[in-house]
Design a protein around this ligand. Structure first.
Ligand code: FES
Length: 147
């Protein structure tokens, strides 16, 4: 093994993640490896920073899809540098702020439901009478709206 190359086990230990997680990240195109003569994965040291950024983003609640999207703008075989991290963290900050606003709104609308359990068709903000929104949208539309 060349000096700058790491085995999957070494990367897993250094980053504190399971080998299976590294395989998953690689399938998602978040990290990249080459193959040794014996067909084993070998990683450059840049992978440690990439995995660290993935872990940090996941701790912030950033979805894997958002991480994938953000990583698409990074150089493929280079570690994210300070400039990259600033751009990533700024975009994730905005997304997190929007998510927090939605959760605060949901929390406030649930105040009357706490301890109630009626799911009243007339009064409960959780109830969606006649599935009106379902005719135009799919999923939890009320939770996804910004207004
Ligand atoms: S559960 Fe009673 S108002 Fe929502």
């Amino acid at each position: 093994m060349e000096k700058q190359e790491l085995s999957v086990g070494q990367v897993a230990r250094r980053c504190g993640v399971a080998v299976s997680a590294l395989h998953f990240y690689e399938r998602k195109g978040l990290i990249f490896s080459s193959r040794s003569a014996g067909n084993q994965r070998r990683y450059g040291k840049d992978v440690i920073r990439r995995v660290s950024v993935i872990k940090a983003a996941q701790q912030l609640g950033v979805s894997l899809a958002e991480i994938e999207s953000a990583f698409a703008s990074l150089p493929r075989h280079k570690a994210p540098n300070r400039t990259h991290w600033q751009a990533l963290s700024e975009s994730w900050h905005q997304a997190l702020s929007a998510r927090i606003r939605k959760l605060e709104k949901l929390r406030d609308s649930l105040t009357g439901c706490i301890g109630c359990g009626c799911l009243s068709m007339d009064n409960c903000p959780l109830y969606n009478p006649d599935d009106v929104l379902g005719e135009q949208h799919t999923g939890p539309v009320m939770l996804e709206r910004d207004d």
